[in-house]
Design a protein around this ligand. Structure first.
Ligand SMILES: [Mg+2]
Length: 245
């Protein structure tokens, strides 16, 4: 752990952060809503259409998900799955119907309220625009974010470093002026840092990664933004820091 030395370093770097970027699922809202959609609602619809029991339907759809995997952009595209399984419902209908299952993490609500007046808040999610919008509206946080970026809706990709670079171009902000935080080590930490953003890894589940840019909740994350602080200097090499492992 090198928290002490990191804090003293970033205290010397003032005012470089203009934008704070959040991942959505597992970061602002609980992933339980996704589980409801993917593991409950879709298997139910699938079972009804094919006239098979829920357990069998669930086994079928989860096998199809696993064959695609989380590193394939189709994994995140609800409309792809609705179309593939021919479920006869649009993603908008489905999301509105089940939106009441969305829950925000209390520490996320707290962090957004603490940071919204001092920074431009945005989100960068791997899920579609519709998914992001429904979730943020349901938990009453939509109005605090100036931009909602969806890797899949914008560029049909997962969150790679190329994605973050293109997002920065759209936003017309230098990567070094953006802090990003999220709960996926590769997509939110490694890729964002490689693109030159100041990335933080949110490890809510008590996992084993350690380092100055690892936090266990978003209150701890927001605590790093003392008045006048810029958090950290831009990286010279834009690669993941060795301290986090
Ligand atoms: Mg996430």
């Amino acid at each position: 752990m090198r928290r002490e030395s990191h804090l003293s370093r970033h205290n010397a770097d003032h005012g470089i952060t203009r934008v704070v970027s959040f991942d959505v699922d597992g970061t602002i809202v609980e992933s339980a809503f996704n589980d409801v959609i993917w593991l409950q609602v879709i298997p139910e619809l699938y079972g009804r259409i094919h006239d098979i029991a829920f357990a069998e339907a669930r086994q079928h759809v989860t096998r199809a998900y696993e064959a695609i995997g989380e590193y394939d952009v189709r994994w995140y595209q609800l409309d792809y799955w609705l179309d593939r399984f021919q479920l006869g419902v649009t993603q908008e209908e489905l999301l509105r119907r089940h939106g009441h299952h969305v829950r925000a993490y209390p520490d996320a609500v707290d962090a957004v309220r603490r940071l919204r007046d001092r920074f431009i808040l945005i989100v960068n999610s791997g899920m579609s625009d519709e998914f992001i919008r429904v979730k943020l509206e349901q938990v009453g946080l939509r109005e605090h974010f100036q931009h909602l970026f969806s890797a899949v809706s914008l560029f049909h990709v997962v969150k790679t470093h190329h994605y973050y670079q293109r997002m920065c171009e759209l936003l017309q902000v230098s990567p070094a002026e953006i802090v990003h935080v999220g709960d996926h080590y590769d997509y939110d930490y490694v890729a964002a840092r490689r693109a030159g953003l100041q990335a933080w890894f949110l490890q809510r589940d008590g996992g084993s990664r350690q380092g100055p840019f690892v936090v266990s909740d978003l209150r701890e994350f927001a605590d790093h933004f003392n008045e006048g602080d810029g958090l950290e200097a831009p990286n010279s090499d834009h690669r993941p820091r060795g301290e986090v492992r």
